[in-house]
Design a protein around this ligand. Sequence first.
Ligand SMILES: NC(=O)c1ccc[n+]([C@@H]2O[C@H](COP(=O)([O-])OP(=O)(O)OC[C@H]3O[C@@H](n4cnc5c(N)ncnc54)[C@H](O)[C@@H]3O)[C@@H](O)[C@H]2O)c1
Length: 356
Amino acid sequence: MAKTLKVAVIGVGGIARLHMPGWEASEHAEVVAGADVDPVVLAEWGVKHNIKKLTTDVREIFADPDIDIVDLCVPNMHHAPLAIAALDAGKHVLCEKPLAPTPGEIRRMIEARDRSGKLLMTAQHFRFAGVSQAMKREIERGVLGEIYHARSWMLRRAYMVPRTSFTTKAQAGGGPCIDIGVHVLDLTLWLMGQPAPVTVSGVARQTLANRRPIFSTWRLHQNLPMPKDFDVEDFAAAFVRFDTGATMVLEVSWFMHHDTEVEDMQIWLYGVDGGCHWPKAQFLSTDYATRQFYNTQLKLTQDAMEPHALECVAFARAVAEGAPSPVPPEDSLKVIAILDGIYRSQREGREVRIEL
Ligand SMILES: NC(=O)c1ccc[n+]([C@@H]2O[C@H](COP(=O)([O-])OP(=O)(O)OC[C@H]3O[C@@H](n4cnc5c(N)ncnc54)[C@H](O)[C@@H]3O)[C@@H](O)[C@H]2O)c1
């Protein structure tokens, strides 16, 4: 089948590499152009993937009538302005997480999406992992009954990207909340069926990041120094109430004396008929009449591709088939509104309301 959708990747650094196998595997879309402010990185990427249309000026991408999809893989602070410009130019947009660091930016992106009639998707790749898809199917069959509580965490022992695009409020918008909190929150809300958050009580603090010595195991062999202007949190915890009456406890950290080499990401969901654990793919229930516990283990088949690649395949398919965005910006607004609530709660020292 001819690949009818033409893709331009904007920001051809780290994460863009994990998107390329997805575009290559897609039966609908292919990458024909790339843009990056770094001409050296861009030229290398162009050679590696045999892409000839290369530019350091993103406006050329937006003005190009041949481009249907923009794959935004730039640092967080550029997500909203570039996504809005791309949508206003009539492109469909797949945007890396976080969709944007603040709820206000996401609302403006949603307005641009509505103006354009194009699709906007957040690259929440964990949803596309086989384990997540299998568990979502089970939950949608109703095996948990009404879900009344979630426990979610993403805790790292000493692992973060020691660059100012991750460590400064100005460039990243926040610390582990924005970097990894979006992953575990998005997955939790999606598995729960997207309840709307109404209040949050949280803390977002710096605990270890500005101690010396300190290190990150990210590219450990390069012995990268920790940026001096580290002004984001490195730890956060929160209690969230939803409109369904359900609650959630959330914990995220980049540096924690926790028993994990790199990172420990877990989600527990508790319903009136059963509980479950991600990523163990385990479902638990109790027959109180016979006093029998049941632990059911899903047996998973191997994923065809990395979830980062699968999300690109899913986006291209949605665009080609005129289907809804596989990860709509409204879902990301809930995630970022909770994180914004944690920051406000930290400042005000009390539980705060969340307006979507
Ligand atoms: N889904 C995931 O698991 C995951 C993992 C890592 C990063 N990310 C996200 O991907 C995004 C990029 O992170 P990364 O680790 O790939 O960063 P990176 O620094 O490796 O790559 C970003 C690239 O964007 C380019 N760039 C910067 N500003 C630009 C602009 N205005 N126009 C065009 N190009 C520009 C840079 O030169 C660089 O090549 C971030 O939003 C990050 O949160 C997601």
